[in-house]
Ligand binder design. Structure first.
Ligand code: SF4
Ligand code: SF4
Length: 233
């Protein structure tokens, strides 16, 4: 498998990635119910009554069930993983559920060979359906990097830069936002580079080769695609 299809995460990076996943996706009760006993041990569990948002959690060291919200549970899981990081094998099992991907324990690349996990991103054969949904609905405005800005600047693409809002410090661009209507601070209603193909059947990005990093990186994984309504296969 080519290296770009696999991603190595050190233990602390894996826990951070779990935190990121929890923050990004709401309503993951089924996932939480699977990983709760993996994190807190046999005999622990979470449950909820049909039609009631309160989740009841069996927590180690207590005999009673504790009423919780999904956010409480996510916080407890991340805190526990930070306090007592599991061995890589066990962490790989947890991460495979959280990321919805094949994950194995292993050593990182040279020269450090640090312990951690390898995540198969499974995106090499992803095929975009060119529906344009991501371009129309996702919140990408703060995803523009200064290096995107610099690349457009180096190429003299003032037409693109016209749609980029910048924050400067002592004249230097330190952050940027896309796509801001020229001469205003307002975001454009739709991305100005989104167009229909000549046969009107597909959406195309008219700056495809120069699109910002956030657009290049979407979707980051099969789960990311699934959870954000992407129609690619
Ligand atoms: S720049 Fe291209 S890929 Fe990014 S939102 Fe606009 S049309 Fe979509
Ligand atoms: S939502 Fe998915 S399938 Fe549709 S254009 Fe975006 S990446 Fe392609």
């Amino acid at each position: 498998m080519p290296e770009k299809e696999r991603l190595f995460l050190k233990i602390d990076e894996a826990v951070e990635a779990i935190r990121g996943d929890f923050a990004q996706y709401a309503s993951q009760f089924n996932l939480l119910s699977v990983i709760w006993p993996m994190v807190f041990g046999d005999g622990t569990y979470i449950m909820r009554d049909a039609g009631n948002p309160t989740i009841w959690a069996k927590i180690p060291g207590t005999t009673k069930l504790v009423p919780s919200s999904e956010d409480d549970l996510k916080k407890r899981i991340v805190e526990q993983l930070m306090r007592l990081p599991p061995d890589p094998q066990h962490l790989a099992g947890i991460c495979s559920r959280v990321f919805g991907a094949h994950v194995t324990a292993g050593s990182g690349p040279e020269p450090d060979f640090l312990p951690g996990i390898w995540v198969d991103t499974d995106m090499a054969d992803f095929v975009c359906a060119q529906c344009g949904r991501c371009c129309r609905t996702l919140n990408y405005h703060d995803g523009c990097r200064v290096r995107d800005y610099q690349r457009w600047l180096d190429l003299g693409r003032t037409d693109i830069l016209d749609w980029v809002g910048t924050i400067r410090q002592q004249g230097k661009v330190i952050a940027c936002r896309i796509w801001v209507m020229p001469g205003t601070n307002d975001f454009a209603e739709t991305c100005p580079w989104l167009a229909l193909s000549p046969d009107q059947n597909r959406c195309v990005c008219t700056i495809h080769d120069l699109r910002p990093t956030i657009c290049r990186q979407y979707p980051g994984s099969r789960k990311h695609a699934r959870m954000t309504g992407c129609g690619g296969v």
